[in-house]
Design a protein around this ligand. Structure first.
Ligand code: 5MM
Length: 342
């Protein structure tokens, strides 16, 4: 495959395909495994992820790239094949999460700033050697009374832009992920508030990317969809989510960005698929709109697996199904009946 940033970015958002976010850090994967009663050992994490990457039907047809945690990038399958090789052999691009997590924003009780810039240039060189061709950095923006603050929006956008510049210097495509969280506690977090904050976050983000001299054709944006907060009593229709999300993106994201790969952010599997499909079915956009889901791609698979070797085939079927549904959504072709049929 070509090593040009622009070509890698296009491959990551190729029509009908999207990105598997399998980069849960140690704490997050432990939480996921706790939920199915599996101990989070290095071997179990390897077995689980190997099972995903060996789901040929999903990987070859619907998964354009996989975001890995550092441990996984260096891991070998049970038969000794590097996991990165398995991903590549399926025609998918291996990538790496490079941030060091969202930490308390100094001076704030609530807001976070993502850290990890110190030493990143050297780390990126190492990840490239190990086969990563794209990277991911996630910032989180919390909606609450008096939040987000400009300090939080700006500090995170600036860090993301510095990260993106370091990636491009290392010939690695940056996924820029400024996530406006949907799980705020506040009743004021309705869909209009989410639209306003997402607009502010993305406008700030692209100003910072511009200032940092980012080649927009060699990056991928990973935003939240515009939804009501999870605890808001008034949830929006699928059409309204699609309309508001596309409107904000059209107002803030330059057409030179090749693709936008959404996070699922705590939406149910089916809703995340329905929203993506509606956007693609209802609107013409200058960028490809696809998925970069973690939970919404993996929840059913994790539950079907339960850490048992005898469940691997069923878990792979669950993953192949979810990947197919989202592949269809990426071209606006998902239908509710397809879920029941499966
Ligand atoms: C897979 O989860 C990713 C890593 O999370 P932590 O750093 O908290 O362990 C996460 O960044 C993920 O890529 C995005 O949140 C999108 O995942 P969802 O589940 O929201 O689609």
């Amino acid at each position: 495959m070509s090593e040009r940033l622009e070509d890698i970015a296009i491959a990551m958002v190729a029509e009908g395909r999207g990105i598997l976010a399998a980069d849960e850090s140690s704490g997050t994967i432990k939480k996921r495994f706790d939920g199915i009663g599996v101990e989070s050992t290095e071997e179990n994490r390897r077995d689980y992820r190997e099972m995903l990457f060996r789901t040929d039907e999903a990987m070859r047809n619907y998964v354009s790239g996989v975001i890995l945690f550092e441990e996984t990038l260096g891991q070998k399958a049970a038969d000794g094949t590097p996991l990165v090789e398995i991903i590549r052999a399926a025609g998918s691009v291996p990538g790496i999460k490079v941030d060091k997590g969202a930490q308390a924003l100094p001076g704030s009780q609530l807001e976070k700033v993502t850290e990890g810039l110190d030493g990143l240039r050297d780390r990126l060189a190492g990840y490239y050697e190990q086969g990563a061709r794209f990277a991911k950095w996630r910032a989180v923006i919390t909606i609450a009374d008096g939040a987000p603050t400009w300090n939080c929006v700006h500090a995170n956008a600036h860090a993301l832009a510095r990260y993106a510049a370091l990636c491009q210097e290392a010939n690695i495509v940056p996924i820029v992920e400024p996530e406006v969280l949907m799980d705020g506690e506040h009743s004021t977090h309705d869909i209009a508030r989410c639209e306003e904050v997402t607009r502010w976050t993305l406008a700030t983000q692209f100003a910072e990317l511009h200032d940092a001299g980012i080649n927009l054709e060699g990056m991928v944006l990973k935003p939240n969809m515009v939804t009501a907060g999870g605890k808001c009593s008034q949830q929006a229709s699928v059409e309204e989510v699609a309309e508001r999300t596309v409107r904000v993106l059209k107002d803030t994201v330059p057409a030179s960005v090749p693709g936008i790969a959404f996070l699922s952010g705590g939406q149910s599997d089916e809703l995340a698929t329905a929203h993506l499909s509606a956007m693609n079915a209802m609107y013409d956009t200058p960028w490809n709109l696809t998925f970069s889901y973690g939970r919404a791609l993996q929840a059913a698979t994790l539950a079907a697996w339960g850490g048992k070797a005898e469940n691997v085939a069923a878990a792979q079927r669950a993953f192949a199904h979810r990947a197919k549904m989202n592949g269809l959504a990426a071209v606006g072709g998902w239908k509710q009946e397809l879920e029941a049929a499966a």
